[in-house]
Design a protein around this ligand. Structure first.
Ligand SMILES: [Zn+2]
Length: 499
């Protein structure tokens, strides 16, 4: 089975074949750089990062272009509030963007063009549209005439005649009077006093929002690309307008596939600044949420579906990640430090146990992993496969957590080692990698003060005897914060494990 993706353009799941064999061209709509990235961005870029990684892993050469919108009303408003230049706001937020994406382990795009650096291409595309009679200028503003695109509305499924009614009221009277059709949109905006502006055949001004993506696609990737990516909130009007501009200007189809990710809800509500449930990536990471746990959380849902963010679901993803992370760290411990859990004979047996299939024992599971990702990037099924691979490593990770290490010869020839290698490879396709370095893991295990834990367990036992369950629970919670999980056993004995 080859890769199948849901194409918003047709509303169907279709076989994906790049225009040039094994070479994939992708354009992804980037951020407007006026503020820090939020959870919606994390969701979007983590999802597309898996597509990017998967295509590379499957042997394709991927050219991935993602833009920065660095001229926009939002950036200008922010600069005005902060009493600084627009470029200061955008430079700062571009640096913050890179830092957040780096923390989330997103593969850097091939190139990241900026609107202010593509003015030549933007102006020449507008001129081309004007030449073709699809653009008209009024007092320094230039508009695209939607009636000039035969299929306007083909992506969003909206019809111009049906939309007439809705659009009124959103447009200022002055703008409305100028436009030939209420859906016509600005390609170029005449300069306003005190705003940065650039020279053009229509006088000083700046580009409208939609045109930059069309101009960048053409400049960076050519007339027709394989995949265009973005959030589902961009389908209309942004992507619809991109299609109209590009296809009228070049006479060619803009993109073979349009992929859109679903939105993020917080505790069942749409995430928005006005609702006060707005979470930035930075705030989450500073709170101590692991970037990899966030990744795992995002990938548990299908990219097209809405993602419901709750403290509880993030907590569950964090526990899942902890288990996977320990397994991913395993091989680094023995290969890097040449220290190995103090193996008894039963562990030796585990190491040499027969896998379910013979020969390349992991080819079957690897194929299943490929199959689920080929099925419109079913990342949640792919995650389940990672946990399935990690499960038999548990007996070794237990040893690791006990902190007893001894060198072992010939470890790389064991099935367990091959299992670990498979786990690391497939996890990296989802962008998941061991988060702690092995030495740190060993140190943190050795750092546990066993006497303090025993004392706490004793205090809790006494509290329970006097029926002070609040106190008993407090002690349990305190230990939990330090990563110690208590296990009550029959006969009043309490054991503990490092969670
Ligand atoms: Zn765009």
């Amino acid at each position: 089975m080859s890769l199948r993706l849901t194409n918003t353009l047709t509303g169907r799941i279709e076989n994906f074949t790049p225009l040039s064999p094994n070479e994939v061209t992708i354009y992804c709509c980037g951020v407007t750089v006026y503020d820090l990235c939020h959870l919606g961005h994390a969701r979007s870029y983590i999802s597309w990062d898996v597509l990017h990684r998967y295509l590379i892993w499957q042997g394709n050469k991927v050219t991935f272009i993602q833009n920065f919108t660095d001229i926009d009303d939002k950036i200008l408003n922010r600069a005005y509030k902060e009493n600084c230049a627009m470029s200061e706001v955008s430079e700062r937020n571009i640096a913050e963007f890179h830092s957040d994406m780096n923390a989330l382990g997103i593969l850097p795009p091939t190139r990241m063009p900026r609107a202010t650096k593509c003015l030549h291409e933007i102006v020449s595309m507008i001129s081309e549209l004007e030449k073709k009679g699809a653009a008209y200028s009024i007092e320094g503003d230039v508009y695209f005439s939607v009636m000039k695109h035969r299929n306007y509305g083909k992506l969003s499924g909206r019809k111009l005649s049906e939309q007439q009614h809705n659009v009124e009221g959103r447009v200022t009277k002055k703008e409305e009077a100028r436009k030939q059709n209420p859906f016509d949109f600005a390609l170029w905006k005449g300069a306003k006093d005190g705003e940065p502006s650039f020279n053009s055949p229509w006088g000083h001004g700046r580009p409208g929002w939609h045109i930059e993506c069309s101009a960048m696609v053409l400049k960076e990737l050519g007339e027709t690309i394989d995949i265009h990516l973005g959030g589902s909130d961009l389908i209309f009007p942004h992507h619809e307008n991109e299609i109209a501009q590009s296809e009228v200007a070049t006479g060619k189809k803009l993109a073979q596939f349009w992929l859109h990710n679903g939105m993020v809800n917080v505790e069942g509500q749409k995430m928005s600044k006005s609702l006060g449930n707005f979470t930035t990536i930075r705030a989450l990471l500073e709170k101590g949420v692991s970037a990899m746990a966030l990744r795992l959380f995002v990938l548990q849902a299908h990219y097209r579906k809405p993602l419901d963010f709750t403290e509880e679901s993030l907590g569950a993803a964090s526990s899942g990640w902890k288990r996977l992370n320990t397994a991913l760290n395993l091989g680094f411990v023995y290969s890097k430090t040449l220290d190995w859990p103090n193996l008894n004979s039963s562990t030796q047996n585990v190491l040499n146990q027969k896998e379910s299939t013979t020969g390349d024992s992991f080819s079957e599971i690897r194929q299943r992993f490929i199959d689920v990702l080929n099925d419109d990037l079913n990342t949640s099924a792919a995650l389940a496969i990672l946990f399935e691979i990690a499960r038999p490593l548990k007996s070794l990770t237990n040893k690791l957590e006990q902190g007893e290490f001894k060198p072992i010869q010939g470890i790389e020839n064991t099935n367990m080692h091959k299992r670990w290698e498979t786990l690391v490879e497939l996890a990296s396709v989802l962008g998941l990698k061991a988060e702690k370095d092995a030495k740190e893991l060993i140190r943190s295990t050795n750092d546990i003060d066993q006497t303090l834990i025993s004392e706490a367990i004793e205090k809790r036992r006494q509290a329970k005897m006097t029926k002070d369950f609040t106190k008993a629970d407090q002690i349990r919670q305190e230990l939990k914060k330090q990563g110690i999980e208590l296990i009550d056993k029959p006969g009043g004995v309490t054991d503990w494990i490092k969670s």
